[in-house]
Each structure stands twice: as structure tokens, then as C-alpha cells.
Ligand binder design. Structure first.
Ligand code: BTN
Length: 319
């Protein structure tokens, strides 16, 4: 179907005959593929007698060649899927099959995009970025300390370079614009974190999404913020460069060198917030992060550090 999409992506009319010839299939097979495209990718395709088929709006698809031409460095092999359950899940399956690392998994859409704390990550077709980078980690726990916060910083820097104003971070690793989520990060580990393991760095960025009733939190997208459509292939390259740079810094120096930078980017620094862990809620004032990337919360005048994947932070209504 990706081949058919590539023929239609220009938003112009293409006759059934032309599409069939390009794909090497009959016109009725083209018709079937068009039906599948509409249902599986939620795309609208117009059919006009005598002219053929046309996508309702032109599409810019992920393209390994374009990514290479934009100068993708470091040289991570890039795998692009049309639709997948989750790029993180696929990355984990590929690790299980022994694929050599590093590598990058991208998809045009996810049917079961994973968010933190078991939430779903809404992943419409060809609108956003669903990005999973797989790395082998050999340095034990130190190489993992604060890693997800470093990824958040890298994403933030890329968005700033694209001209997005007011980008900030929310502990542990949400990327926000004026308290609206624009990107989320989900790290998944396999192996022994104290010795050798693989980490899947899953990043979801709302890129060109303009409306979506399924997202159940305050959100925004790069397009909403800049008023311009963003080239996702270009974004993949920019993100790869920034991540490559920050991950190398983290590998060499650990999290300590990022701590001040991260606190300066923290949108909720000094604000009254509640830390939620399951049914438990702890109220306090956000003081920053510790040397390992844990949250420092002041509770009734006493500062305590918290860390763990199941924790989340909410602003207190009265703050
Ligand atoms: C969050 O809850 O904020 C984390 C969202 C992470 C979403 C990304 S999209 C690419 C990768 N694949 C997934 O299934 N999840 C992550």
C-alpha cells in the first residue's frame, strides 16, 4: 500500500489505469487497495469520472531516502513502517530477534501507541512523528541515570530550533508549550540494567496534527505553534543530530552536567504540584531534580526526592 500512497501523495488525479500499470496489478486490485487505504489510514480519496483518484489533501510521507539526503547523522539504520502497533513494541521484537544495534524505527501510524503509565498515545496517519531509537547500554546504571530527562532536553532543543516559542519540560519527560503537551517520551529497557541492556527510546511528537478529539489531555502541535507545516523527514534528521550529541555527552559525563540546564527548562519549577503514584497523592512545591534526575519536592518544609516510572506530576488547582 505504501507504493500506492507514494503515487497518490502529490494530491493530483491519477487514473486507475496509470496506478494499475505502476503497481503491476489490475484496475480492480487498485480499487481494493484504495479501499484499504481509506479504511486503514483514515484517508479520504476522491474519485472523479474520467480523471481518476485523488487524495483529499497532499501527503508528505516518511522517506528513508529523503532522510539520508537531509544528512542523517549518526548513521543509524532507519526502518519505516506504514502502520505498526507501536514502534517501541516493534523495536523490542527486533531486539529479541537479535538485530544489531543501534537502529531507528519510525511509523506513519500506530494502532497501539504506548504512553507512560499504560496510557495510549494517539497516533494518526502521516501527521506526527513516532520514533523509537534502540541503543545498547554497557555502562550499568550510570549510563541510564537521567537518560529520559536528557532525551526531553534534546527534543526541546530541536523544537526551539524550529522556531517553537515557550517550550519547556515537565518532570520526568513531557515536552510542553504553555502547559500543553507537544511531545512525550517512553523509555523501555530489556536485559540487565546493572550490566548490559538495550534501551528503546520512544519519542512521540505532535507535528502537523491540527485537530483530534481522541487526545484526552491539553495538547498542541508544531503546526499549531508555528502556523506552518513541518517536514517530518527533516525533523527526523534534526532529532537524530541533537540526540546523538546529547547522548554522547551523557555517556561521557553522566547526568550531572545536564542538571542545571534541565532545571532551567523546567516549566513547573517553584510551582505547587501534586505527585501522583497510583491512588496516592503527595502535595508539595517543585524544587527541581537531584543528581540522578529524581524529582525534588518540598513537603511541609522538608525536601524529598522521588523517582520511578509510574509517578506523574499535576499542578495544584490553586497554584
Ligand atoms: C508519554 O506518555 O508521554 C509517552 C509517549 C511516548 C509515545 C511514543 S510514540 C513512539 C513510541 N512508540 C510508542 O508506542 N510510544 C512511543
Amino acid at each position: 500500500m505504501l507504493k500506492l500512497l507514494n503515487l497518490l501523495k502529490d494530491g493530483r488525479f491519477h487514473s486507475g489505469e496509470e496506478l494499475g500499470a505502476a503497481l503491476g496489478v489490475s484496475r480492480s486490485a487498485v480499487w481494493k487497495q484504495l479501499q484499504n487505504l481509506q479504511s486503514e489510514c483514515s484517508l479520504t480519496i476522491h474519485k472523479v469520472r474520467g480523471r481518476g483518484y485523488q487524495l483529499s489533501t497532499p501527503l508528505q510521507l516518511l522517506d528513508t531516502q529523503a532522510i539520508g539526503e537531509h544528512g542523517h547523522t549518526p548513521q543509524w539504520p532507519v526502518l519505516v513502517y506504514e502502520t505498526i502497533d507501536s514502534t517501541n513494541a516493534e523495536a523490542l521484537r527486533l531486539i529479541g530477534q537479535g538485530r544489531s544495534t543501534p537502529f531507528l524505527v519510525l511509523a506513519e501510524s500506530q494502532t497501539a501507541g504506548r504512553g507512560r503509565r499504560g496510557r495510549q498515545w494517539i497516533s494518526p496517519f502521516a501527521e506526527n512523528l513516532y520514533y523509537s531509537l534502540v541503543l545498547r547500554v554497557e555502562g550499568g546504571m550510570r549510563q541510564l541515570e537521567g537518560l529520559s530527562l536528557v532525551v526531553g532536553l534534546a527534543v526541546m532543543r530541536v523544537l526551539q530550533a524550529l522556531g517553537v516559542k515557550g517550550v519547556g519540560l515537565k518532570w520526568p519527560n513531557d515536552v510542553l508549550v504553555r502547559d500543553h503537551k507537544v511531545a512525550g517520551i517512553l523509555l523501555e529497557l530489556v536485559g540487565d540494567p546493572a550490566d548490559i541492556c538495550h534501551v528503546v527510546i520512544g519519542i512521540g511528537i505532535n507535528v502537523n496534527m491540527q485537530a483530534n478529539a481522541q487526545v484526552d489531555q491539553a495538547w498542541t502541535s508544531l503546526r499549531r505553534e508555528t502556523g506552518k507545516e513541518v517536514d517530518r523527514n527533516h525533523l527526523v534528521v534534526a532529532l537524530g543530530r541533537q540526540l546523538g550529541h546529547e547522548l554522547e555527552r551523557h555517556r561521557q559525563h553522566g547526568f550531572t552536567v545536564f542538571r542545571d540546564e534541565w532545571e532551567q527548562a523546567h516549566a513547573w519549577q517553584g510551582r505547587e504540584a501534586s505527585l501522583i503514584a497510583g491512588n496516592t497523592r503527595i502535595d508539595g512545591v517543585v524544587r527541581g531534580i537531584d543528581a540522578q534526575g529524581g524529582l525534588r519536592l518540598e513537603i511541609e518544609g522538608v525536601e524529598k526526592s522521588f523517582s520511578g516510572g509510574e509517578l506523574s506530576l499535576r499542578l495544584r488547582d490553586d497554584s
